[in-house]
Ligand binder design. Structure first.
Ligand code: AGP
Length: 369
């Protein structure tokens, strides 16, 4: 395997830039664009058994937990099956009520995370159907699971996961549409529309990447802040957590990710001119509510960076630094809002002279408890 940075200064930047290709690779041979359907030959259950599923439990750690949290939204909305997401490192210490009609989906770049593999063994013992979404073939996760949906994202070298997060979300979309299609939750026309939307994903991510230099100049304006609060609602609450994780991992800045609706229940006490809030408020059903959180932060003297849909001048006038993303369908929104946060973290870490690809104290794969 040839491992190079493709002309970039760090693997992380290369891997961020590779995300359109990572999404394309995950879709390949699964999204049937000609017929407007999803094929998942690796999925271990028969259509009859899929009809019997009562619950989906998604597990993972770190970035993969955030993917699970987005996946929960996809499964409920598109497959119509009750779903929950939980940290694998906690799931294994409960006595979860699961059985043959529970589908457990483990998510992991490496497939070697000790807590995730232990949680998978627990799910196995309890008789659940177990699949894994992972990047590393022949990993422990792939061996324990009944079926593996590989990301095919190529080697990820940077310790901070980027392209494998986008690949995980892509596979979670495919899985949700596949289950929805088999269970009759999605009619043929809706399925076709969703598959067409997926085809637009790499291009939309590419549009954000084309403006990467903007993030470098924003980093110079805000990179000296020592406290960041990331806010988002719905699936974007998980992306807010992912944005905070990325920033803390590679720049060592204290950052919290919160569902925007939780702000009033505590974090608002932290808002002052020393706090930088990064809000995800793209144009969707939840945009107005998040905009009112933004106004609350501004009223308390906080600095606001906001990820907004291009053309949303009303929201832009409320914030200090708007970051525009293209209009995207709801299905793709979490992938598109992720990219500005990755770029921002990267350029802030660079500015602070941090070791972006090998941050202190972190291992690419946590194989011990
Ligand atoms: C991601 O940026 C982190 N380095 C970390 O949270 C990681 O996602 C976590 O350790 C899980 O790893 P896995 O996906 O290989 O299971």
């Amino acid at each position: 395997i040839v491992v190079d940075k493709g002309g970039h200064r760090h693997f992380m930047l290369k891997e961020i830039m590779d995300q359109p290709q990572a999404m394309t690779a995950a879709l390949k041979d699964r999204a049937d664009f000609a017929n407007g359907r999803v094929n998942l030959p690796e999925f271990p259950l028969s259509p009859a058994d899929v009809m019997q599923l009562e619950r989906v439990v998604l597990i993972g750690c770190g970035t993969s937990l955030h993917a699970a949290q987005v996946g929960r939204h996809y499964i409920e909305r598109l497959a119509g099956i009750p779903a929950e997401a939980e940290s694998a490192s906690e799931f294994r210490y409960r006595d979860p009520i699961i059985g043959p009609r529970t589908l457990v989906v483990s998510i992991g770049q490496s497939g070697e995370t000790a807590d995730t593999v232990a949680a998978m063994h627990l799910a196995r013992e309890k008789g659940a159907t177990l699949i894994t979404i992972c990047n590393a073939e022949e990993s422990q996760a792939a061996r324990v699971a009944d079926g593996a949906l590989y990301m095919h994202a190529g080697l990820e070298v940077g310790v901070a996961s980027t392209k494998t997060f986008v690949a995980s979300l892509t596979i979670l979309q495919l899985l949700s549409v596949y289950l929805g299609q088999l269970r009759g939750k999605l009619d043929a026309e809706t399925t076709r529309r969703l598959v067409d939307q997926m085809a637009r994903g790499p291009g939309l991510i590419g549009e954000v990447l084309a403006e990467a230099n903007l993030y470098s100049s924003l980093a110079r304006r805000i990179g000296h802040y020592d406290n960041f609060l990331f806010l988002g609602r719905g699936a974007n609450a998980a992306i807010a957590s992912e944005g905070a994780l990325k920033l803390k991992e590679i720049s060592y800045i204290h950052a919290e990710g919160y569902p925007a609706g939780e702000m009033k229940h505590g974090p608002i006490a932290l808002i002052d001119p020393e706090m930088c809030t990064v809000a995800l408020a793209p144009r969707d059903d939840l945009r107005d509510k998040t905009l009112s959180n933004i106004k609350e932060v501004k009223a308390r003297g906080g600095l606001v960076v906001a990820v907004l849909t291009k053309g949303d001048d009303e929201a832009a006038s409320e914030v200090d630094f708007p970051l525009f993303i293209p209009q995207a369908p709801d299905l793709l929104m979490p992938l598109v809002t992720t990219v500005p946060l990755q770029l921002l973290s990267y350029y802030i870490a660079l500015l602070r002279g941090c070791d972006v690809d090998q941050p202190r104290n972190l291992a690419k794969s946590v194989t011990v408890e």
